[in-house]
Design a protein around this ligand. Structure first.
Ligand SMILES: NC(=O)c1ccc[n+]([C@@H]2O[C@H](COP(=O)([O-])OP(=O)(O)OC[C@H]3O[C@@H](n4cnc5c(N)ncnc54)[C@H](O)[C@@H]3O)[C@@H](O)[C@H]2O)c1
Ligand SMILES: N[C@@H](CCSC[C@H]1O[C@@H](n2cnc3c(=O)[nH]cnc32)[C@H](O)[C@@H]1O)C(=O)O
Length: 416
């Protein structure tokens, strides 16, 4: 069963799915293995992930392993209508379309839950919240869940600390083969890809402010510098601020940074990073984008409050005219720009290959192990397996420790 916008888009969706499959060798390897071993026979898996070709390929991998798969999106703007039509054609249960309102967004989450999943794969924890708040009759059926992103992991950890979480969760985000590549290089590349595609503007010579120097912020700052920008970082963590400075960026408060910015990108996972009077200090023409979470990092109501007019001047670009006559541009409604902008394609396939390989292996790990209620990291074996398969696919060989080296490293007596 499926609910999508337009099934006539299926052939184009299938073409796009086939393209990413050529660039997701680790997931394809797992798919072949699952086809033989059928680890999910009799199991239903429900997912709430950005619905686009790479995610559909994860769904197909789980289906190849014997699962009944039901999927919906984790963001009202990130669904690709052709990819979901293609997914429905290929036998997945898929519910979603681009530009959902809040009601439709939660309706389609509930449609997935109607399949009575044994395992949940979430991105941002919205599906897990619906399960705990509204669909409590399904809780005892759930064997466990996998969470894709930093903010989702934080929400679930907070939930567990309150004693509210009712099943085990694997923090897929916290796997090395996820955050070191997806959050850093994925967000760095796909955000600029979306910003440049949306605005058709140059980055070289601009002052770009990156708010938050976590894994995503590091990737964004690196790409901004590589594209020729003058990069400013804002932080609240003194260690990360120091690291940003020694990595070569200017570091200052947001109030100072907004005065100099041509482009500001928030990526903190926190709310109100740009709010209130910050908008009053911005230069005419300043552009704002968020690559973090939801649409709360840039406070849109505060920007509206100082504006006399708001209009869409180009796809995914709104122009706010302030009372003092400046123009400020907000991209993709302040939702994560790399996925929500009409031109946002999300991370490259080679990157999602690793993130989704960790998802596919973690789902199997939940089934095969009696995990405690709480949030745990994916086991190291999964990480090393994914990294080794990725290196192999890239044609890269590395050395192994000799017995003499192993003995040396285990020995505490040998000195200078
Ligand atoms: N766009 C994407 O595709 C994508 C990919 C991965 C993660 N994410 C999301 O991006 C966000 C960041 O993820 P991460 O892995 O980099 O997290 P992280 O925890 O590694 O980094 C977040 C950083 O933001 C800083 N911060 C918090 N409040 C701040 C404030 N008021 N001002 C300045 N800095 C502040 C923190 O100190 C921290 O260093 C999360 O919401 C995550 O879910 C998005
Ligand atoms: N529901 C939240 C989730 C934040 S998305 C952040 C996650 O998106 C994931 N992501 C980035 N690009 C893609 C993609 O192309 N396909 C599927 N997931 C992606 C990535 O792994 C990251 O952890 C929101 O919409 O605001």
């Amino acid at each position: 069963m499926s609910k999508v916008k337009d099934m006539s888009l299926a052939p184009e969706g299938v073409r796009k799915i086939e393209w990413v499959q050529k660039h997701m060798p680790v997931l394809e390897h797992i798919k072949e293995e699952y086809l033989e071993t059928q680890p999910f026979k009799g199991i239903t898996i429900g997912s709430c992930l950005h619905l686009e070709p790479k995610t559909i390929n994860l769904g197909l991998t789980l289906m190849a392993g014997g699962a009944e798969v039901a999927m919906t999106g984790c963001n009202p703007l990130s669904t690709h209508d052709d990819a979901v039509a293609g997914a429905a054609d290929l036998g997945l249960n898929v519910y979603g379309w681009r530009e959902q309102d809040d009601e439709e967004y939660y309706q389609t989450i509930n449609m997935v839950l109607d399949h009575k999943p044994d395992i949940i794969i979430d991105d941002g924890a919205d599906m897990i919240m619906v399960l705990h708040n509204e669909r409590t009759e399904l809780l005892s059926h759930i064997k466990g869940a996998c969470e894709e992103t930093t903010t989702g992991v934080h929400r679930l950890q907070a939930m567990h600390a309150d004693g509210a979480l009712k099943f085990p969760v694997i923090a897929v985000n916290d796997a090395y083969t996820k955050y070191l590549f997806d959050n850093r290089y994925g967000t760095g590349q796909s955000s600029f890809d979306a910003i440049m595609g949306t605005t058709n503007m140059v980055i070289a010579g601009k002052t770009v402010v990156v708010c938050g120097y976590g894994w995503c912020g590091r990737g964004l700052a690196l790409r901004a510098a590589g594209l020729g920008a003058d990069v400013i970082v804002t932080e609240v963590d003194p260690i990360r601020a120091l690291e940003a400075r020694m990595d070569g960026y200017r570091v200052m408060t947001i109030r100072e940074a907004v005065k100099q910015a041509d482009l500001i990108i928030t990526v903190t996972g926190n709310a109100d990073i740009i709010c209130g009077d910050d908008f009053k200090y911005m230069k005419d023409g300043c552009m704002l984008a968020n690559s973090g979470h939801f649409n709360v990092e840039i406070n849109r109501p505060d920007l509206e409050a100082i504006s006399t007019e708001v209009k869409e001047v180009r796809e995914s670009i709104e122009e706010f005219t302030t009372k003092d006559g400046r123009k400020i541009y907000l991209l993709a409604d302040g939702r994560l720009v790399n996925l929500s902008a009409a031109r946002g394609q999300g991370h490259p396939a080679e990157i999602m290959d690793m993130s989704f390989a960790v998802q596919a292996l973690s789902a199997k790990h939940i089934l095969e192990n009696d995990l405690p209620v709480g949030v745990t990291k994916a086991p190291d074996e999964i990480d090393y397996n994914v990294a080794s398969l990725k290196l192999q696919a890239m044609g890269i060989e590395i050395d192994s420790l000799t017995d003499k080296q192993k003995a040396y490293m285990a020995n505490w007596q040998e000195g200078t």
